[in-house]
Design a protein around this ligand. Structure first.
Ligand code: BG6
Length: 516
């Protein structure tokens, strides 16, 4: 059954063409947090500057700290300047941007705050013409999600103000739960108050330009799809590496660890886009159905087999960018005996017709040698090598690499004859670089996703079933690690490519990690 927003969406058969959302107001819970400053405000500012926000667009920031509208405006103006490095042309938009901001200080558990919120939103409808359309954004720690959702429901804010004429939507930041059970509990609370088609579970990786391009690359070109399967592909590697450590997020990270922070969401999302079947239309239900099918086909890793399919590690002290950095265990708010993983490497299989027996190797970690996210498709070798002695034996087979970030682009590696009178073979690359092909900088993930919520397009958001399926996959691994404590937890120097155990792990299969 298509989701309601799709039925109302005139673009349901086609692509998401540029258009301006309906007039609306956005409410950000957790307005004094890092995410609001770093990501949401800069994204909203860019949307305003590009004239993509509707007239009268207003943002109501909610948080516990007391401050006035003006103080909030000033803080957010500073945040925009700090994170965007504005030129004088953009600077001229800051004042207008600040004028659309409002602030409400209260405790999220106080039902009276929601009455006040409703009154203010009604006032904005009158004064700014926000037309009764509301976007609630939960940028708080997840422990506040249930209380906010329940209070929105109790204050009558979850239902559209005028059903059929106005819309109300809610965006939930990750992590959505911390296990299958908690994700289901949270979902029960959320869908007890909101309809599923009002709920936008955000994963900012899906908003990245290069991630969206995966679908275009696969399904708008005739030449790749025929060999996108087990007949031609030897294996797939996905790397999501960060140079950063846990910074000031030690307390959060101790609870989360890499599996919950990166794999359960971002990395599995990348995987499902690489592995999904083509859809008939670029429509939320169709895309989300196909992604969910991939998650359903993931071969479960049983607790007793975890060590055969996963390596986990934690960074020790080391050097990143020439600077000495501390070990994870000595980061602020981290236990000196912590067993939390900051690195993981996986091998897994997708048990379906297309991917049977093709291993997917995946690695992600903090404090690695370089910030780089890449998907690489490694093709099978030729069945018979004509050019023995020409140097082709040692050459890697064809590799298609899709660089998510940085140096966004796609390259195809193949063999070529080295110019000369003898037959010598060398690898070369065909390369597409975003920077060279398209002059303009792409929008950030949050710009795309915020606009999509306002437009009612849920294609790039997670549906409850896919969230459940991802927890079903990671839960047994987390349980096993919990039992094992430090047993099997490898260490790696900060600034390296991860623990040696991860190299041994892939080498046992006669393969090696890409050198990035
Ligand atoms: C967040 C994680 O979701 O994604 C962070 O919580 C991580 O730990 C970040 O650093 C990575 O995002 P990006 O866009 O910088 O790759």
């Amino acid at each position: 059954m298509p989701e309601t927003a799709e039925l109302l969406n005139p673009l349901r058969e086609g692509i998401r063409l540029r258009r301006t959302p309906d007039p609306c107001a956005m409410v950000i819970f957790g307005a004094s947090g890092d995410l609001t400053e770093r990501k949401l405000m800069p994204a909203l500012f860019y949307l305003l500057r590009e004239r993509m926000l509707p007239p009268g667009f207003s943002v109501m920031g909610c948080a516990r700290t007391h401050r006035t509208d003006d103080e909030f405006r000033q803080m957010m103006g500073e945040a925009v300047r700090k994170f965007l490095r504005l030129n004088s042309e953009s600077e001229a938009f800051v004042e207008g941007f600040e004028k659309g901001l409002y602030y409400l200080a209260d405790d999220f558990s106080n039902p009276k705050a929601y009455e006040q919120l409703r009154t203010t939103l009604d006032r904005l409808d009158q004064e700014k013409g926000t037309a009764g359309n509301r976007l609630f954004y939960l940028a708080t720690p997840p422990s506040f999600f249930p209380v906010i959702v329940k209070n929105l429901g109790a204050a009558g804010l979850a239902k559209p103000k005028e059903p059929g004429k106005t819309w109300t939507r809610i965006v939930l930041e990750k992590p959505f739960g911390r296990s299958l059970d908690s994700a289901r509990d949270l979902n029960q609370v959320v869908t007890g108050v909101f309809e599923e088609d009002q709920v936008y579970r955000i994963d900012h990786y899906l908003g990245k330009e290069t991630v969206q391009n995966l679908l275009v690359f696969r399904f708008a070109n005739g030449i790749f799809e025929p060999f996108w399967n087990r007949r031609y592909i030897d294996h797939v590697q996905i790397t999501v590496a960060e140079e950063l450590g846990v910074e000031n997020r030690g307390a959060y990270y101790e609870e989360a660890g890499l599996l919950r922070d990166m794999i359960q969401n971002h990395v599995l999302q990348l995987l499902s886009l690489v592995a999904m079947e083509p859809t008939a239309t670029f429509q939320a239900t169709a895309v989300r159905d196909e992604k969910a099918k991939v998650m359903r086909a993931l071969r479960p890793i049983r607790p007793e087999a975890v060590q055969d399919f996963v390596v986990r590690g934690q960074y020790a002290e080391g050097y990143v960018g020439g600077k000495k950095v501390p070990a994870y265990r000595t980061e602020p708010k981290v236990l000196p005996t912590s067993c939390t993983e900051t690195y993981a490497a996986f091998k897994f299989f997708i048990d379906n017709w297309r991917w049977a027996d093709v291993p997917f190797y995946l690695r992600s970690g903090k404090r690695l040698a370089k910030r780089v996210s890449e998907i690489s498709i490694q093709f099978r070798r030729v069945p018979h090598l004509l050019f023995r002695g020409a140097g082709a034996e040692g050459i890697e087979p064809n590799i298609l690499s899709i660089r998510i970030q940085p140096n966004e682009g796609i390259s195809l590696k193949f063999c070529a004859k080295l110019p000369g009178t003898t037959m010598q073979i060398r690898p070369v690359k065909m390369e597409f670089l975003y920077g060279e092909s398209f002059g303009a900088a792409p929008p950030t993930a949050y710009e795309t996703l915020l606009l999509d919520c306002m437009l009612g397009d849920a294609t790039l958001f997670n549906r409850a079933d896919a969230v459940d399926l991802s927890w079903e996959f990671v839960d047994p691994i987390l349980d096993r690690w919990k039992q094992d404590g430090t047993k099997g937890l490898a260490t790696y120097p900060a600034g390296s490519w991860g623990p040696k155990e991860a190299d041994d792990f892939i080498e046992r299969d006669g393969r090696e990690w890409r050198r990035l």
